[in-house]
Design a protein around this ligand. Sequence first.
Ligand SMILES: *[C@@H]1O[C@H](CO)[C@@H](O)[C@H](O)[C@H]1NC(C)=O
Ligand SMILES: *[C@@H]1O[C@H](CO)[C@@H](O)[C@H](O)[C@H]1NC(C)=O
Ligand SMILES: *[C@@H]1O[C@H](CO)[C@@H](O)[C@H](O)[C@H]1NC(C)=O
Ligand SMILES: *[C@@H]1O[C@H](CO)[C@@H](O)[C@H](O)[C@H]1NC(C)=O
Ligand SMILES: *[C@@H]1O[C@H](CO)[C@@H](O)[C@H](O)[C@H]1NC(C)=O
Ligand SMILES: *[C@@H]1O[C@H](CO)[C@@H](O)[C@H](O)[C@H]1NC(C)=O
Ligand SMILES: *[C@@H]1O[C@H](CO)[C@@H](O)[C@H](O)[C@H]1NC(C)=O
Ligand SMILES: *[C@@H]1O[C@H](CO)[C@@H](O)[C@H](O)[C@H]1NC(C)=O
Ligand SMILES: *[C@@H]1O[C@H](CO)[C@@H](O)[C@H](O)[C@H]1NC(C)=O
Ligand SMILES: *[C@@H]1O[C@H](CO)[C@@H](O)[C@H](O)[C@H]1NC(C)=O
Ligand SMILES: *[C@@H]1O[C@H](CO)[C@@H](O)[C@H](O)[C@H]1NC(C)=O
Length: 668
Amino acid sequence: MRRGSIIPLVVCAALANGQYTVYQPLNQQIIFGGVGTPTAAGPAATYTGAAAYDPTVLNPPPPPNPPIPTQFPIQLYTGGMWNLSKPQSGAFFGFSIEMSVATQILGKNSSLINVPFLNLLANIKERAGWVQVRVGGNTQENAELVPAGVLPNNSILAKDYSSTFTATGSHPLAYTTDLLYMMANISDFTNTHWYLGVPFFNTTPFSLEIVEQAQAIIGDRMLGFQAGNEPDLYAVPPRTNRPVGYAPADYAGEIGLLVQQTNSDDLITQRQNLFLVPSISPNSWTPEQVWDTGIVESYNSSIYGLSVERYPYTNCNAVYKSGTPVDIQATFPSYLNHGAATGLIQGYINSSNFAMANNKPMIMFETNTASCSGFPGISDSFGAALWSLDWAFTMAYNNFSLALFHTGGQNSYYNPFTPPPTNQSTYRQWTIGPVYYAALVMAEALGPSNASQVVDLNMNSGNTFTPGYAIYENGSPTKLVLFNFVTDNSTASDYTASISIGGGQTGQPGASPSQVKVKYLRAESVSQKGNFTWAGQTLGQHFESDGRLTGDVDVQTVTCDGNNVCAVTVPAPSVALVFLTDDSYSAVTPSDTLTFPTSVQTRTVNTIYIDPSAIKTSNGHWGMEDHVGATSFGHVNAASLRRSMPGAVLLIALAAGAFVAGRALMTR
Ligand SMILES: *[C@@H]1O[C@H](CO)[C@@H](O)[C@H](O)[C@H]1NC(C)=O
Ligand SMILES: *[C@@H]1O[C@H](CO)[C@@H](O)[C@H](O)[C@H]1NC(C)=O
Ligand SMILES: *[C@@H]1O[C@H](CO)[C@@H](O)[C@H](O)[C@H]1NC(C)=O
Ligand SMILES: *[C@@H]1O[C@H](CO)[C@@H](O)[C@H](O)[C@H]1NC(C)=O
Ligand SMILES: *[C@@H]1O[C@H](CO)[C@@H](O)[C@H](O)[C@H]1NC(C)=O
Ligand SMILES: *[C@@H]1O[C@H](CO)[C@@H](O)[C@H](O)[C@H]1NC(C)=O
Ligand SMILES: *[C@@H]1O[C@H](CO)[C@@H](O)[C@H](O)[C@H]1NC(C)=O
Ligand SMILES: *[C@@H]1O[C@H](CO)[C@@H](O)[C@H](O)[C@H]1NC(C)=O
Ligand SMILES: *[C@@H]1O[C@H](CO)[C@@H](O)[C@H](O)[C@H]1NC(C)=O
Ligand SMILES: *[C@@H]1O[C@H](CO)[C@@H](O)[C@H](O)[C@H]1NC(C)=O
Ligand SMILES: *[C@@H]1O[C@H](CO)[C@@H](O)[C@H](O)[C@H]1NC(C)=O
């Protein structure tokens, strides 16, 4: 089990000093007063609870000047349009879950799955047919498989404080195969397909147990394994996983060793299309530098897909006192327009073309509003729903195949979903973030056909506050997705798009429907936290959701006029999903929701342990990796635990409140 040797800790000792308090488990006392009041602007200066419930509400930017044009046409054509993307899957928008918080999010073990998590995945499955989830992140890099029963309190995932692997002294994650059984069980309920990662800490040899076991246990719902998480930062101080000078060619060489070892591992049954490379951050290498090593040509048959990771901003200064401080209120507007997404995609367009030329999916393996857990007031606002949805559509239009939005647990602002603190799991529910709503809308917009082609309409003369996309399936336009990034309660910034298919100047016969259906993603303001609605339904405020949408479904019907024009109004702020055909509507509108009610709950008595590395993982930022370990090495609590458990393998459980899941609870 024990791989590698203990590497001297000197390197990071200086960095560790002064970082200490940052990594303490967060105070779990949640301040409830005023949480999420959408109108009360201004930072909650006194808030000391977990990031996931931070009440900070920012001021929305004023309506733009000049104002957005509020009347404009959208002309669609039958038979296709220019610049349609490749056909996309409805599972395009997926989730990335930091490995160290897997038992908080997925469940305690394979027979105690978190029911709200099942419901959240089931919602996507009902619309798209399936769901894609990655379990991994920096904490996968030295994770070790241990036999069942070794971890304390029957846990299946823990931090191994008896062992120190990394250069900076962080403790590895230990897990049992039950984590994989839990994933397999979740797949049975929700048709979830998974990504995991090969630990890249030690290459001689690689530890391939996760591939062997996951293939055996999860089967063909196990899609691919990440080969290295942000390898471009492996040699960037304070990380010293690799020697200074570690370059794309060195990484490609390691992939060669990995492929060789995989090919001679008899326990690996599926060796083709296995690995995701290179999952680099934007900080150190360009994707082209990696492609130019010949990595794809050399190892083509072993490569599942080409992956990158990207966060547009970083909150590392607030979390780690590193880097430049960010004025969050001043930064908010930069998320609230289409330029945010088109700017971010620029560095990847060439790579996406390269991936297509090599018949490999281009994958955004980890993204969200900002690294180092996001920004209070931005990452958890309605604005983040608009931003993440527009970003996902921009990636789809540019022929990415998948985008995974990261979840970091209680310490993060940007979570799509957050379970309650463990000791509150009997009386509180989950908190659903804006990014989850974006996932829901994307699943409906792309639907289950695998034929949805996306085009950025550049509509309203390319006004950056009003992007829009058309979806074509098999040559016919089936849906439109219309954004309004402006906050304005006066209705002066609501716009009306006059949609026609064929007819007019197109030279095609008019083909507009007699009516269209419209679902809205809505909130009062881009600043609002919680209580967002999708087609009238909501997942509530903090601690209110069991993962099921509540409230009455509200779908508008718009009658098109005699000139084949369908006038759809898009309030400020909102997103409108316009269904141009009845089939496109019924395919993604569940009439009979399969859900998993939380009628049976267990109260787990474990003390909550928030894994501090969940913050720093995620990142694409400058290597805060291992600071946590460095600080916890010699940490007084760890030391006292050591004393209190003489001779025992010292492992601290990553406890999670869990609900009993079982087939018996499935109801229709
Ligand atoms: C939950 O645990 C935290 C941290 O141990 C503690 O401060 C808090 O009082 C507990 N809350 C309840 C309701 O038990
Ligand atoms: C959220 O919505 C519910 C139901 O409409 C309402 O009762 C509640 O006041 C709202 N909460 C906030 C903070 O807006
Ligand atoms: C297609 O995309 C290219 C590149 O972005 C752009 O220059 C061109 O205007 C687009 N064509 C149309 C008809 O929108
Ligand atoms: C995406 O791929 C399609 C081919 O399926 C191609 O026509 C289109 O130009 C590509 N889009 C971009 C932005 O490169
Ligand atoms: C899951 O945890 C519960 C509670 O600790 C335990 O009773 C059950 O046996 C565990 N299931 C498995 C498969 O380990
Ligand atoms: C695009 O990628 C290819 C393959 O790596 C590379 O040869 C080429 O220089 C890149 N072009 C740009 C503009 O970066
Ligand atoms: C590379 O692999 C893909 C499948 O992942 C395959 O379609 C393609 O033909 C392969 N390319 C070469 C040059 O073998
Ligand atoms: C779409 O693709 C998924 C994943 O490959 C597959 O499971 C599903 O059957 C496909 N659906 C259709 C309608 O082809
Ligand atoms: C509308 O917004 C303005 C400015 O943000 C605010 O002062 C006013 O109270 C709001 N009105 C309503 C009805 O919410
Ligand atoms: C195991 O559970 C017990 C009882 O809940 C708790 O007191 C103890 O701290 C736990 N041990 C570890 C290592 O988490
Ligand atoms: C989960 O997996 C375990 C181990 O494979 C199996 O025994 C159990 O029946 C499964 N539980 C559910 C609820 O499917």
